[in-house]
Design a protein around this ligand. Structure first.
Ligand SMILES: [Fe+2]
Length: 139
């Protein structure tokens, strides 16, 4: 596997793992059923994405990172749910951007197809997080 592509995919993999850790923690923290449902949906997506990404990297001769990014700790250190959701939304946008950088490197077709799906889900989640934040926090 191309080293530059492998490095980008590993950044995405580490971020998806952090997303899972983060959403689990945030789900514990909130009592709001709407926000809980939002986080539960995100968590399922993060877990699936990390597993598929890892499998695809192995299939194409890459070595998946075993690490988790520090994004979760960064967000959990913010003592304000509204700001946490905003940072989460920006994290989704970061994933979508990283995917575009990976697509420029012409990954194998199965990886490209998965990455496009992943980027679209993250864009959707980013907008959803924004909408939830507006509903929950704007008067
Ligand atoms: Fe994610």
């Amino acid at each position: 596997m191309d080293a530059q592509l492998e490095a980008l995919l590993n950044q995405l993999l580490e971020a998806e793992r952090a997303g899972h850790v983060l959403l689990d923690a945030m789900t514990q923290e909130t009592a709001d059923p709407q926000i809980k449902a939002l986080f539960a949906n995100f968590t399922d997506i993060e877990v699936g994405d990390a597993a598929v990404l890892e499998g695809l990297m192995r299939l194409h001769g890459g070595t998946p990172s075993a690490k988790t990014s520090d994004f979760a700790n960064k967000v959990l250190s913010i003592d304000n749910l509204h700001e946490q959701i905003n940072v989460l939304s920006r994290g989704q946008a970061w994933v979508a951007r990283k995917v575009e950088q990976a697509l420029v490197l012409n990954p194998p077709p199965d990886i490209a197809a998965f990455l496009k799906e992943m980027a679209n889900r993250h864009r959707h989640n980013m907008e959803w997080a924004r909408a939830q934040a507006i509903k929950a926090f704007d008067e």
